[in-house]
Design a binder for this molecule. Structure first.
Ligand code: ZN
Ligand code: ZN
Length: 297
């Protein structure tokens, strides 16, 4: 890796450190995790990407757009991609056109179901973008500390299985923003220290590679930018695509996880904030690629 690439990866990573919700992510965010996570994903022959944070009878606007963009990027790089969510969040993935889509609702502790699911997925890598990860007491919690276990399928069971040495071992790459998502087990002590209701909500489910961003969609876009950098081609969604993705899931019933409103906002932020972040990521790619082929789209 050239110095220039390493410097650009650090610049991309720094953009993800922005904490618009003032959640205190600086106190638990692994620094410069983006490069390692992206290089791991470049090795993926097959990747299952799970997302969907339940809220009421539907899912939140944070997660599915990022998962879809990352899936498109990995598919463009030649990986076989399968999307994974539960029945409650499935309409959002369908609205995005995320295909193929596996819908599963395993119960916590049902190892046989997790093994069957992982066998069916038939992938080398598991990716989670803003998917609830169980807390120390086995419940799933939202950022307000409320128990959402009755509406949360235990898709984290597959990640626990994939982290065990043995035949089910797979590479896991996870993105979160609040401490209660799959992957945050890596930084649990920091989450407890930094986040409101941290002790109750901090997930115990870890990951091989954990990317923390101020908004999980942003973390996923950061991964796409890092893949773009390493592959030498711009794989990021255009502003129109990013806007359309959020519009599509809101039309399918998605709600903002912070405001609770069915509106084209993510974590209480207007869409313009996401478009600004995408533009900043793209500026890093362009500054790095110079005249290099394919990275100027
Ligand atoms: Zn979150
Ligand atoms: Zn979020």
């Amino acid at each position: 890796m050239t110095d220039r690439t390493a410097e650009a990866l650090r610049a991309l990573d720094a953009l993800l450190a922005e904490d618009p919700g003032a959640r205190g992510i600086a106190r638990f965010r692994p620094r410069d995790a983006l490069g390692g996570a992206a290089r791991a994903l470049l090795e993926a022959g097959g990747a299952a990407i799970t997302t969907g944070f339940p809220r009421g009878d539907v899912g939140e606007t944070d997660g599915p757009p990022g998962a879809f963009a990352l899936g498109a990027a990995l598919a463009a790089l030649g990986a076989r991609v399968v999307h994974l969510t539960d029945a409650r969040c499935a309409p959002l993935l369908v609205a995005l056109g995320a295909a193929p889509l596996e819908v599963a609702d395993p119960a916590p502790g049902d190892r046989a179901a997790a093994e069957a699911l992982l066998a069916r997925l038939d992938v080398t890598h598991l990716v989670s973008i803003e998917r609830p990860g169980r807390a120390a007491d086995g419940t799933y919690r939202n950022m307000r500390g409320l128990d959402i276990s009755t509406r949360t399928a235990a898709l984290d069971e597959v990640f626990l299985l994939a982290l065990e040495p043995g035949p089910w071992r797979r590479t896991t790459v996870c993105v979160g923003d609040g401490g209660n998502e799959v992957g945050m087990g890596n930084v649990r002590a920091g989450v407890i220290d930094a986040v409101a209701h941290g002790e109750a909500i901090a997930s115990v489910v870890g990951a091989d590679h954990l990317v923390v961003a101020g908004v999980s969609n942003w973390g996923a876009y950061g991964l796409v930018a890092a893949l773009s950098l390493l592959a030498g081609r711009d794989l990021l969604p255009t502003p129109d695509e990013a806007r359309a993705h959020v519009g599509a899931i809101v039309a399918a019933g998605a709600v903002d996880g912070v405001t609770g409103l069915t509106a084209p906002t993510v974590d209480g932020l207007p869409l313009e904030r996401t478009l600004d972040l995408l533009a900043a990521l793209r500026r890093v790619l362009r500054a790095t690629s110079g005249g290099r082929r394919g990275a100027r789209a």
